[in-house]
Design a protein around this ligand. Structure first.
Ligand code: NAD
Ligand code: UD1
Length: 360
């Protein structure tokens, strides 16, 4: 029996594949590499010393997806695949609705056909819109501030409807807060295309000298120092949360929603200070106007995940900064050129092995 990981070459997916392999799960990965490199998976194989199959495949192609279910005895699916850039989603909403929603529908259709009914879905704290107060519990009202967020809301609804229609499904909707950091090896991490939108990759690129200075979006919010407050969570803690959700699903059916956050909020200036301390790098910054659509303050009530999944985020903010910095400083150009892309195009069910196998 194997766990299918969609979007497994991406930032959170690759860290989750690593933890799954470390815990002895068999995995099969599918990803169309639209926002990632297969090199991340080769490094996952390197770190764990394990092999697994990778399909360069678009979830929009239902027939191709079926071939994976024909070949493997899939037990559960962790569904990371999706487009995630908020600003881009405002400019090309149809692309976001089509990719994120249709690919999820295709996945569920194929799962249904092959009687695979355990699904962990990557949702986001963005579904809380602008919360009235903090900490944010799963019971808070939901709203979307942009097309990206709306795809998450729509998919959550689709999955709830699916369960109503067939109570044998077991579905976990995991609402992530702000994932940052990287595996302690510094060999896998976040590799955004172009200029980063999110705070931590922007800071790390300022630290290596790729970007001149950080723009701090607003300093007049009702927070500790006027800058925006977020619940930053180490990507490895987040990855481990998925495994706890899988454990729970093995003996429960239903649709359950969990916040995955630390329950603590840090301001932008606090993050800059923590990063400077662990990296010994100065981060020049200037205060600019607030970013449209930003909420002043957002952090989780993560007690449901603690009580029901037995999961708690353990890695603290300095470790998050240190790991983000180790990844960025060891890989100034991210994963660089991906030699595995052509390899995976030639061979749809590529076996991902460690580096001695793939010498380009
Ligand atoms: P990512 O872009 O690194 O990973 C997503 C992966 O999905 C990429 O490898 C991409 O190539 C793949 N993909 C996209 N569309 C696909 C398709 N049609 N078929 C096959 N593969 C496809 O993003 P991430 O940060 O690892 O996020 C993973 C999931 O978590 C996403 O659904 C995202 O919306 C959600 N999420 C992320 C954050 C965050 O801050 N990173 C926060 C909340 C929720
Ligand atoms: C952003 C998205 C959100 C998504 C989340 C995780 C927007 C409006 N929101 O949220 O939908 O779920 O990423 O991918 O894009 N900041 C700066 N300067 C920067 C970058 C960020 O000051 O260059 C500040 C922001 O104003 C915010 C904090 O840093 O206060 C964190 O920003 P970011 O990392 O982009 O995450 P979110 O705003 O939480």
């Amino acid at each position: 029996m194997a766990i299918l990981v969609t979007g497994g070459a991406g930032y959170i997916g690759s860290h989750t594949c690593l933890e799954l392999l470390n815990q002895g799960f068999d995995i099969v990965v599918v990803d169309n590499l639209i926002n990632s490199k297969a090199e991340s998976l080769r490094r996952v194989s390197d770190i764990t010393g394990k092999e697994f199959k990778f399909y360069k495949l678009d979830l929009l192609d239902e027939e191709l997806l079926e071939t994976v279910f024909i070949e493997y005895d899939i037990e559960s699916v962790i569904h990371f695949a999706g487009l995630k850039a908020v600003g881009e989603s405002v400019n090309v909403p149809l692309r976001y609705y089509y990719n994120n929603i249709i690919s999820t529908i295709n996945l569920c259709k194929v799962m249904n056909k092959f009687n695979v009914k355990n699904l962990v879905f990557s949702s986001s704290a963005t579904v809380y819109g602008t919360p009235d107060h903090v900490p944010i519990s799963e019971k808070f009202p939901l709203s979307a501030m942009n097309p990206y967020g709306r795809t998450k809301l729509v998919i959550e609804d689709i999955l709830r409807d699916l369960y109503v229609s067939d109570n044998s499904w077991s579905i976990s909707l995991l609402r992530y807060f702000n994932p940052i950091g990287a595996h302690e090896s510094g060999t896998i991490g976040e590799d955004p295309n172009g200029i980063p939108n999110n705070l931590m990759p922007y800071i790390t690129q300022v630290a290596i000298g790729k970007l001149k200075e950080l723009n701090v979006f607003g300093n007049n919010y009702p927070t500790v120092d006027g800058t925006g407050v977020r619940d930053y969570i180490h990507v490895v803690d987040l990855a481990l949360g998925h495994i706890k959700a899988l454990d729970k699903m093995s003996n429960h059916s239903g649709v359950e929603t969990f916040n995955l956050g630390t329950g603590k909020g840090y301001s932008v200036l606090e993050i800059i200070a923590a990063f400077e301390e662990v990296s010994m790098k100065e981060i020049p910054y200037k205060i600019v106007a607030p970013r449209q659509g930003d909420v002043p303050i957002c952090y989780a009530d993560a007690s449901k995940a603690q009580n029901e999944l037995g999961w708690v985020a353990e890695r603290e903010i300095k470790l998050m900064c240190m790991d983000a910095w180790r990844w960025q400083s060891q890989n100034p150009n991210g994963y660089g050129k991906d030699t595995l892309i052509t390899e995976s195009e030639k061979n749809p069910g590529l076996i991902i092995k460690s580096k001695d196998f793939f010498v380009s």
